[in-house]
Design a protein around this ligand. Structure first.
Ligand code: ATP
Length: 311
């Protein structure tokens, strides 16, 4: 019975080691990435249990993703392996000290073929939280159907549905994404969005938290990068500043933030406390390299600004 179930795409990552133009022989490290996988690892580091559902090839990349998730404590027993399609690949290099270039190789590969039939009976229904993102429905019709099926099962079973809008402009245009993401937000209990994403799906220009809540979710969390975050519930609006850190790699900060917030939900924290825990987790990710490698453990939640956000 996991605390959190999530589903999505995960890919093999090849990450260039030093700033410059990659050439044959350039140093690189192998890792893996996926927004939902990062959230799953994040909640595990904070002491909860998490299950990741997805589709990977039967190749070395797929093995690396499964091994990595399993090693981080995430339950991967229900992952589907596809013998006919490769695991997706993300090639990321630091072109200059200030410019990162990311190339994706994912179209038509195993991750995008996730479908409703890959959702095992009972897993979502037995969780406390289902977390989905707006990346998965952008991958194709079957992946979108899987997200809707997962939400339907969660709702019928009384499981809290968390949705991170995570609009990805490389995958689809705003006019196509907007209605799909709006519908998904409307089926969630808790929605996470940046300001641009909130504008995209609500059409509002201000009071974005309230506009998101009008779509259906009782709780809307606005991520504002280094400017902090806010949560709007039926009772109140709570804001937090970001925890000041030296930014190293902001990619993954949003997912780390979501993991911290959902950990706070699982622990029954009040909105202000869970927002603060989320901000600390986001700061950990922003000030370390890699999408998930720098995620905070529960013991480490003490270490930034002196405030104890473990409870
Ligand atoms: P991504 O999609 O790249 O993972 P996002 O756009 O979803 O990120 P952000 O708003 O960038 O999410 O970051 C989420 C939270 O992480 C912020 O609300 C903030 O609390 C924290 N955070 C992000 N960047 C920084 C930073 N440079 N310094 C401190 N905290 C940060």
């Amino acid at each position: 019975m996991p605390d959190l179930v999530t589903l999505g795409e995960a890919m093999l990552v090849v990450r260039g080691g030093v700033p410059g133009r990659p050439v044959p022989g350039s140093p690189a490290v192998l890792s893996f990435a996926g927004a939902e996988a990062t959230v799953a690892i994040g909640v595990c580091r904070l002491g909860h249990s998490a299950t990741w559902l997805g589709r990977l090839g039967t190749d070395t990349g797929g093995d690396l993703v499964v091994d990595g998730l399993r090693g981080a404590g995430v339950d991967v027993t229900a992952v589907t392996r596809d013998p006919d399609r490769a695991t997706g690949l993300l090639l990321r290099h630091q072109r200059t000290a200030d410019r990162v270039v990311v190339d994706y190789y994912r179209d038509g590969l195993a991750g995008s073929r996730l479908g409703p039939e890959q959702l095992p009976d009972g897993t979502i229904e037995s969780a406390r939280i289902l977390h989905v993102t707006g990346i998965t429905p952008a991958l194709g019709d079957s992946a979108r159907a899987a997200v809707h099926e997962a939400i339907g099962r969660a709702r019928r079973a009384g499981v809290t549905v968390s949705f991170d809008v995570n609009y990805r402009s490389r995958l689809w245009a705003p006019d196509r994404a907007g209605p799909v993401l709006r519908e998904l937000a409307g089926r969630a209990d808790l929605v996470f969005a940046g300001a641009d994403e909130a504008e995209l799906i609500t059409g509002a220009r201000d009071d974005l938290g309230s506009a998101l809540r009008k779509l259906g979710p009782g709780e809307a969390v606005l991520k504002r990068g280094a400017a902090g975050a806010a949560v709007v519930t039926a009772d109140a609006t709570v804001e937090t500043a970001a925890v000041p850190v030296t930014q190293v790699d902001p990619v993954g900060a949003g997912d780390a933030f979501v993991a911290g917030y959902l950990s706070g939900v699982l622990d029954g924290l009040a909105p202000a406390q869970r927002l603060h825990r989320a901000a600390v987790c986001g700061a950990f990710a922003a000030s370390t390299a890699g999408d998930w490698e720098g995620l905070a453990t529960r013991a480490e939640l003490l270490s930034f600004d002196g405030q104890d956000v473990r409870r």
